[in-house]
Design a protein around this ligand. Structure first.
Ligand SMILES: NC(=O)c1ccc[n+]([C@@H]2O[C@H](COP(=O)([O-])OP(=O)(O)OC[C@H]3O[C@@H](n4cnc5c(N)ncnc54)[C@H](OP(=O)(O)O)[C@@H]3O)[C@@H](O)[C@H]2O)c1
Length: 314
């Protein structure tokens, strides 16, 4: 039997996923062309849909194809039909993270310095007499400065962009909670924790331990991915003992993140902080479950002992 001759060129048509209206027809597309190449060709016909806005699918309701997918290895004939969806305006992840994290940092400091119109004129620019209030400000600022620096220098993201509308939701969450927490912690009538210095010291130790842990995991994840690539691998413990939590959970950075906020809750003994920790935990648990499921789907040899976020439990 003669081997099937590889097609010299493909024809590609792109239809709107909702209306099925034909948006673009490309003849003579190279078999080695990737989805990213096709998106670039499509943009030439429709400049308003730049590549990051485009989702191309084989089925109108199916999954989006990856940028790296190669035309000739997809289940299509020599005339390939793709369905297009507009993902909406996009902004870069780095911008997103910087706005999300710079906000809480600055908002908290406004309350810490008691700028006018927050607590009444006689408290303007006064300082709290409780040491824990100053410590809490240092910890809060440290946390967000760490995250900003990690976003700039550590994380290697695989997606360049995120829909613009998400930023409004995320900023409301981060900025709103920061204002709410800061209002109470820096309030002139704030009362320090019930068990005094012992409680604060224990909380500080927990906070710092978890910050170091979180940072160590971010470095370990960075080292899994060569610069400029998008590869995803199974993370394993390294020589750094903080990463040994990878033996038990898939997303130890979230475990440590929640631990930091529990530490901050114990330190400040403040209800909005406890709520922020709880909401953060629920959100990260949902993400961790999603990531855990995709590890199991992607890697048959994925270690069976691991749970998504809380060892043996969740
Ligand atoms: N307080 C809160 O409510 C809250 C909520 C969420 C996050 N956070 C904090 O923000 C940090 C970052 O969050 P995130 O959701 O972006 O964390 P993440 O999904 O765990 O990712 C961290 C970085 O590692 C990369 N990465 C993850 N798994 C990888 C793998 N198997 N192989 C190679 N690279 C991998 C990610 O790339 P990709 O771009 O490919 O994912 C990303 O650049 C968290 O660790 C946490 O400290 C806080």
């Amino acid at each position: 039997k003669k081997p099937k001759k590889a097609a010299l060129f493909f024809e590609v048509e792109i239809l709107d996923a909702r209306s099925r209206q034909k948006l673009c027809f490309l003849d003579k597309v190279e078999p080695h062309a990737t989805i990213a190449d096709i998106k670039n060709l499509f943009t030439k016909a429709h400049p308003q849909w730049y590549p990051a806005r485009q989702s191309l699918r084989l089925d109108p309701k199916g999954r989006s194809l990856k940028d790296e997918d190669v035309l000739q290895s997809l289940p299509v004939g020599t005339t390939a039909t793709f369905y297009f969806r507009d993902l909406g305006a996009q902004i870069s992840w780095v911008t997103v993270f910087l706005t999300e994290y710079a906000g809480p940092l600055l908002i908290y400091l406004l309350f810490y310095f008691r700028v006018p119109f927050l607590y009444g004129p006689r408290y303007d620019f006064t300082a709290s007499r409780h040491r824990v209030v100053h410590l809490a400000c240092a910890c809060h600022s440290f946390h967000y400065i760490k995250r900003l620096l990690e976003t700039l220098f550590i994380h290697r993201f695989s997606h360049g962009t995120m829909p613009l509308r998400n930023i409004f939701k995320n900023c409301t969450y981060y900025w709103g909670f920061a204002a709410w927490m800061a209002y109470y912690i820096n309030h002139p009538l704030y009362t320090p924790p019930a068990y005094g210095d012992d409680q604060v010291k224990l909380a500080l130790a927990m906070f710092l331990f978890c910050q170091l842990g979180n940072f160590s995991i971010h470095v370990a994840l960075r080292n899994l991915r060569p610069a400029g690539s998008k590869t995803r691998k199974i993370p394993y413990p390294t020589r750094n003992p903080f990463t040994w939590l990878f033996l038990l959970v898939s997303c130890p950075n979230y475990t440590y993140e929640v631990g930091s906020w529990i530490g901050f809750t114990i330190m400040t003994q403040c209800l909005p902080v406890a709520l922020f920790s709880l909401v953060g935990f629920v959100q990260m648990a949902i993400w961790a479950q999603g990531k855990h499921r995709s590890y199991l789907r992607e890697f048959r040899e994925y270690p069976a002992l691991r749970s998504p976020i809380v060892p043996f439990l969740l």
